[in-house]
Each structure stands twice: as structure tokens, then as C-alpha cells.
Design a protein around this ligand. Sequence first.
Ligand code: NAP
Ligand code: ZN
Ligand code: ZN
Length: 346
Amino acid sequence: MNTRAYAAMTAGADLVPYQFDRRELGAHDVALDIAYSGICHSDIHQAREEWGDALFPMVPGHEIAGTVTKVGSAVTKFKVGDLIGVGVFVDSCRLCENCKAGLEQYCLDGMTGTYNSYERDGTTLAMGGYSNYFVVNEDYAVHIPSNLPLQGVAPLLCAGITLYSPIKHWNVGPGKKVAVMGLGGLGHMGVKFAVAMGADVTVLSHSPHKQADALAMGAHHFISTQDEAVFAAHEKKFDVILNTISAEIDINQYLSLLKLNGTLVVIGLPGKPYALQVGALLGARRSMGGSMIGGIAELQEMLDFCGKHNIVSDVEVIKPDYINAAYKRTVASDVKYRFVIDTSAL
Ligand code: NAP
Ligand code: ZN
Ligand code: ZN
């Protein structure tokens, strides 16, 4: 099926209009008209090849919200007209212990990315959501609650689940002091979920002008990290720190903010490694962990939670011809708080 999209043709090049054919609908596939597609900072890292080998032409986009237009003969989970979401991966081996445990994002054989990845046939280049049409196996798509505005839902498919999952795993809730590093697409979802779970929530941001927004999202405290003195002033304060920063930083300064037995969860993935001073861990039996998106069952759980608690992303909806400008603004931390492409304009 002919599909209109935006693609990066080479690493770091501006994205340009692009057309390609998606596969025919298989028995277990669902076809969807994409309504909105979020811009994740991971799209930018990959289109600019900041994470190593990247596959071109690249149609990024793994925060996909749309409507089912067709279902394959064996599909049972969806019907035509359903609201449907697709996130960061579109397949996995389904057989390994992690897949069987509903942790497909950690598939031992490697998940199949929504883009910048080959499909399970090993030859078809997966093309993402900056496009008007998508085909996905029904097992790797989720239902979107009908009470939420669809443009605010799209970012939940990556930014939302990527914070929901560690917040659940590290038991962020009542009685816990949690800090979110970076108030961007992921960070602002972390604030909303941590607040909804009942934790005491602090934002650590290098953009002081974001304070009012952070507090409006429900954060209880805001610390501007532009003033280095704040690291000493808030030493040993937090149980959990969720690091969503996309750039290189001094991670040791942030580790010093953890109290005894505290954990800093790395979620942001800058292109270069951190210079970790392990002494920062020893001094208060601290841990550093990592977390990557979430599995399909948890993705559905998160969307149902959002439907119940009226949680969506704060978005700036753009036309496709604004993608390159949106990339520049995202890298400059000038994002409130997720760019979402209106793909109907393709
Ligand atoms: P984003 O919207 O650009 O937000 C990143 C935020 O980091 C910025 O808004 C800014 O917040 C802060 N920041 C940026 N540059 C900084 C600097 N030089 N010093 C200090 N803080 C800085 O990006 P995103 O889409 O939320 O993604 C964040 C990171 O998570 C990216 O690296 C992305 O690839 C990664 N990611 C990981 C997963 C996963 O599964 N683990 C999933 C999706 C994305 P302030 O202005 O508040 O300081
Ligand atoms: Zn993402
Ligand atoms: Zn697997």
C-alpha cells in the first residue's frame, strides 16, 4: 500500500517528503490510518546516527495513534473503527523467557523496532510513524481509551510508558521522594505519573523558566540546576531519581542527591558514556539502574491508567513541514512538552 511519509535519507540530513509501499495485510495484521505521531528525542538521536549504525532511508516515529481501517482474517483483538496505538517495537521472538513474561522490550533475540530496524524476515526495513498509514501485527498494538484527546495520547506510546514502567518497578508512591531530571517529553510524563502515584515530586531542570509549568503539572518542588550550589544543598534527599536527560551531564552530581539505598534510574540515552565515579555509589549504598520502555501488557495498563486518571501529554501539534524546526527546538530544550505531527496533513 502506497504510504506518504517524511524520511531522513542520510545521517543528520533534514527530513524530506518520501513515499514507499507498506506490506499487504496478513491474517494477523491490522491496518490503521495514523492521526498523530509524536516526536521522541530518540528519533533525533537515530536520524543523526548518534547511537551508532543507523538504517536509511529512515522514517522515524514510534508514538503512533490512529484508527483501525482494516483487519486481517484471523484478527480478534481489534475491529474497524477502533482507536489504536503503536509504540517502540512491532514484534519480538515471542518464545524467550522475557517475551513470555510480557517484557518483549527485553526480548533475548532483540525486539523489532518500529523503525531503524529490520522486520523479522531480516530484509524488510521497518518504517515508522511519520507517515499516514501503518500495518502492524495485532499482538503488538494497544487500545486507546476513547475519553482522551488523541493528540495528547500519541506521546504516551513511548514517553508515557518509558516513565510509567520504572515508576512502577521502583515503587514510586506515597512516602517516597522522587526527582525527575529534565522536563522534556519523557520528564513531564514522569512528573504526571509520579504525582498520580502519590509520591513527593521534585523537578531537576536546567531551564528555570519551566518552573511554573512543572508546578502546574503537579510537581511539588522545582530545582534549577543552573546554580551548582543546589547539589550540595539537596544532598542525600531522594529515594529515586529518574534521569531523562538527553545530553551529556556530570552524573556524579546527581548521584550525590540520593539518600541511603536510593536508586538513580537511567532513561535518557546520550550519545557518549557517563564518567561515573563509583565512590558516589559506595558512600550511601546507592544503586544505578536502567529502564527501557515497557512491554505490551504494561503499555495497555498504562493507557487504561491514563484513561481513568485523565492523563495525557502536553503537546504542540505541528504540520509535517515543521519537523526539522521541531528537531532543532527539541535539542535546544524548547519543547512544551512534546511535538506531535498531524499526519493527516501528509
Ligand atoms: P526531550 O524532550 O528533548 O527532553 C530532554 C530534556 O533533557 C530537555 O527538555 C532538558 O530538560 C534536558 N536537557 C537537555 N539538554 C540538557 C543539558 N545539556 N543539560 C541538562 N539537561 C538537559 O527528550 P525526550 O524525548 O524526553 O528523551 C529524553 C532521552 O530519553 C533521550 O536521550 C531519548 O533518546 C531517551 N529515551 C529513552 C527511552 C528508554 O526506553 N529508556 C525511551 C525514549 C527516549 P530541562 O530543560 O528541564 O533541563
Ligand atoms: Zn521514544
Ligand atoms: Zn523474545
